[in-house]
Design a protein around this ligand. Structure first.
Ligand SMILES: [Zn+2]
Ligand SMILES: [Zn+2]
Length: 253
């Protein structure tokens, strides 16, 4: 299994990161991508991930957009040659929390898409409650040859159709899939089928059932994989092979 979106460099893992990574490998997690949330956090991700040979995405989260300097893209660009860096993100729009002004979120999103376009790296998108504006920006900035994922996808079947059908994006499926109240998401995932789905934890957040409420960690991706296989009527081995293949294509692993 590949955990395509974690924050294993987060300080919540500082006390026991060796054990967390060991448990992930014991559970069959063959690759992890730890995701930066601003320039400093991306630098920290690179430094912490390197000895574990964990891959890294560097980017500016919409929550942090208000703090991004005018040189932020140059600062991100300077990180792209660092060991393990394979993607740009996470970047996007979050109108649920609105921690940054929407104009700032949009501006930082556009510059990161343009950077990815220029350097040919995939993009990790964070999207919440901003579907129309997010698609409007993609229609202007996205190009057919680009690769990307809408991480922690929790939307409707219609949104899944747009992300996959119009933009050829992958959908990152995490612990929310296992939550009792996520029937809409489960329907969307069944309709989408396995062709564009990848697994993720978003740890330390959003632990899947039966670990809900605990600190999430990459080994828990197995619970989401089990639920996804059950929903899609696939044997675990087949589900894992399919989502691994998608992740390898998406991130060129
Ligand atoms: Zn996110
Ligand atoms: Zn994240």
């Amino acid at each position: 299994m590949i955990d395509t979106h974690c924050h294993v460099h987060d300080k919540q893992f500082d006390g026991d990161r060796d054990a967390v990574v060991a448990r992930a490998r014991d559970a069959g997690v063959t690759a992890m991508i730890t995701i930066g949330e601003d320039v400093a956090d991306s630098r920290r991700a690179i430094a912490i991930a390197e000895p574990y040979e964990i891959s890294v995405a560097v980017g500016i989260h919409p929550h942090e957009a208000k703090n991004a300097s005018p040189d932020a893209v140059a600062e991100l660009r300077a990180l792209l040659d660092a060991p393990g860096v394979i993607a740009i993100g996470e970047t996007g729009l979050d109108y649920y929390y609105d921690h940054s002004p929407r104009e700032a979120q949009a501006a930082v999103l556009r510059t990161q898409i343009r950077l990815a376009r220029e350097v040919g790296l995939p993009v990790v998108f964070h999207h919440r409650d901003a579907f129309a504006d997010f698609c409007a920006i993609l229609r202007e900035e996205w190009r057919d040859e680009m690769r990307g994922v809408v991480h922690c996808f929790t939307g409707t079947a219609a949104q899944a159709r747009t992300f996959i059908g119009e933009f050829d994006l992958y959908l990152g499926i995490g612990g929310v899939l296992t939550f009792p109240n996520a029937s809409g998401l489960r329907e969307a995932v069944v309709e989408a089928g396995p062709g564009k789905l990848v697994l993720e934890t978003d740890c330390p957040y959003l632990a899947p059932v039966p670990m809900r409420g605990k600190r999430n960690e990459p080994s828990f991706v197995a619970h989401t994989a089990a639920k996804l296989g059950e929903l899609l009527g696939m044997a675990q081995d087949d589900l894992i092979a399919a989502t691994d293949e998608n992740a390898k294509t998406l991130f060129d692993l």
